[in-house]
Write a protein that binds this ligand. Structure first.
Ligand SMILES: NC(=O)c1ccc[n+]([C@@H]2O[C@H](COP(=O)([O-])OP(=O)(O)OC[C@H]3O[C@@H](n4cnc5c(N)ncnc54)[C@H](O)[C@@H]3O)[C@@H](O)[C@H]2O)c1
Length: 273
């Protein structure tokens, strides 16, 4: 699928950890479509993850930046502007982490210091990033910024824990900052609410397989894969979506609009027999 949708477009992709990462798939699609991106991740992910493999393959820099650090983010944006010699066209914020989830603390017994740290990484980092991009006037007119979200921002999925609250905040930042980015910079800011997807972050959610199977049985089109998400992100970075902003767009095979599916009714009927 090489349509050159992103010809001459330059950007930054946060969050490629390994081949399963949504950001990893998106980076590959961006290059397929003629774009170029600087890759970035937390310092520990640069040491432990495989991002340098991807950077080598795409012949692009991989820069360490903790998304909670203003200093790291400022250096990253300065580096990127200098590297490309022009303003940026697109940004993917594909970052999520809950210490409570990782350490299996229940939502009714949160360690609030961990909650604060997870919120800083997963949600406030998006505001920090947007603020730096805004102040440095680092985005081109009609540029596009995307962060990845999940439907637990709107509906309760008990095992998603404090990440649900982080996603609600993340989506709100996209709307709030999207106003200023639109009005003063002609830049789009959106969140994509993606189906459950098997990745390292996904593995942290207790019962991910049940989440995946449940969503698969509800969604008329089936779950959206990470490749599907990468394709959609490319379209959202392209000039074909110039007037979409401040939206949370469900990319979930129809999951968010279904009450109950015939597949689930059949399973429940079967149990009652
Ligand atoms: N996997 C799913 O089911 C699913 C569904 C909907 C939305 N999402 C969202 O998609 C995004 C990407 O997740 P993924 O599923 O590809 O998993 P992933 O584990 O591959 O990506 C998460 C990334 O966040 C990075 N990260 C963590 N702390 C960081 C920090 N301090 N600074 C910079 N980066 C940091 C990790 O290193 C990792 O690369 C996340 O926002 C996630 O919540 C995932």
């Amino acid at each position: 699928m090489k349509n050159q949708l992103l010809k001459n477009k330059k950007g930054i992709i946060f969050g490629a950890l390994d081949e399963r990462s949504i950001a990893w798939k998106t980076a590959l699609k961006v290059y397929d479509e003629g774009g170029e991106a600087i890759l970035t991740n937390a310092p520990v992910a640069l040491r432990m993850g495989k991002i340098s493999e991807l950077a080598k393959k795409l012949d692009t820099p991989a820069i360490a930046a903790d998304a909670t650090s203003i200093d790291d983010l400022e250096k990253l944006i300065d580096f990127s502007l200098n590297h490309f010699g022009q303003k940026l066209d697109f940004i993917l914020h594909s970052i999520g982490m809950s210490i409570n989830l990782r350490k299996k603390r229940e939502y009714t017994d949160l360690n609030h210091e961990w909650t604060t740290k997870g919120w800083d990484i997963s949600a406030l980092s998006f505001h920090k990033l947007l603020q730096i991009l805004f102040k440095k006037n680092a985005l081109k007119e009609w540029g596009s910024v995307i962060a990845l979200s999940y439907i637990a921002a709107q509906r309760t999925f008990p095992n998603y824990n404090d990440m649900a609250d982080n996603k609600a905040y993340l989506e709100s930042v996209a709307r709030s900052f999207g106003y200023y980015m639109g009005k003063e910079r002609k830049v789009r800011v959106n969140t994509i609410s993606q189906s459950p997807t098997p990745t390292t972050a996904g593995d942290g959610v207790k019962g991910l397989n049940s989440f995946l199977n449940f969503a698969e049985k509800i969604s008329p089109l089936g779950n959206a894969s990470s490749d599907d998400c990468a394709n959609f992100s490319v379209v959202m970075f392209s000039d074909y979506t110039k007037k979409i902003t401040m939206q949370n767009i469900f990319h979930d095979g129809g999951f968010s609009s279904v009450g109950i599916s015939q597949d689930l009714i059949d399973i429940i009927d079967q149990e009652q027999k």
